[in-house]
Design a protein. Structure first.
Length: 165
């Protein structure tokens, strides 16, 4: 049990983890009940991830099942293949236990091995825990995406954060 690269067999559990995260926190992109992809579409996405050399998903597996993930989405063309966009989520019961730090450490080692130079992500400006983790891992704010999202009827800003390897 621990952090590992996702396998095709994880597709259903991964989808359920994402739905749980949507229900637990407003910091994820999807609202509760909005995620409706058929399981075969999830399996196809996992297959695509496993085929690409600059794209990966790590999951945190505990006896209870999957409790967190970190996805690295690499650029698809020559001009941005050196860059990877990150998305992370950890169930509330497992936050503050060092899993985020561990996932980002594993991902960065992978990124260096793959020759990736730029890691980037967005985070809502009021997500203090997320911002603290990203700063701890060496990410810096590069700008603000004003009114980037609409959450609970209010416009929300996001920081664009990045780290150069």
């Amino acid at each position: 049990m621990g952090i590992r690269q996702m396998r095709e067999a994880d597709a259903g559990a991964f989808f359920n983890l994402k739905k749980r995260l949507d229900d637990e926190t407003s910091f994820m992109l999807f609202e509760p009940g909005e995620r409706k992809e058929p399981i075969e579409e999830i399996r196809n996405k996992v297959r695509e991830v496993l085929r690409r050399d600059n794209h990966m998903i790590w999951v945190v597996e505990k006896p209870e099942g999957l409790v967190g993930y970190l996805e690295a989405v690499g650029g698809r063309v020559r001009r941005n293949r050196h860059s990877t966009y990150l998305v992370a989520g950890i169930l509330q019961a497992w936050t503050g236990k060092g899993l985020g730090t561990q996932m980002f450490t594993v991902m960065e080692e992978w990124a260096r091995q793959k020759g990736i130079h730029r890691l980037e992500l967005t985070v809502m400006t009021h997500n203090r825990a997320g911002i603290a983790l990203y700063r701890k891992m060496g990410f810096e704010e590069e700008g603000v995406k004003r009114h980037s999202l609409r959450v609970a009827g209010r416009y929300v800003d996001e920081y664009l954060m990045a780290k150069l390897l």
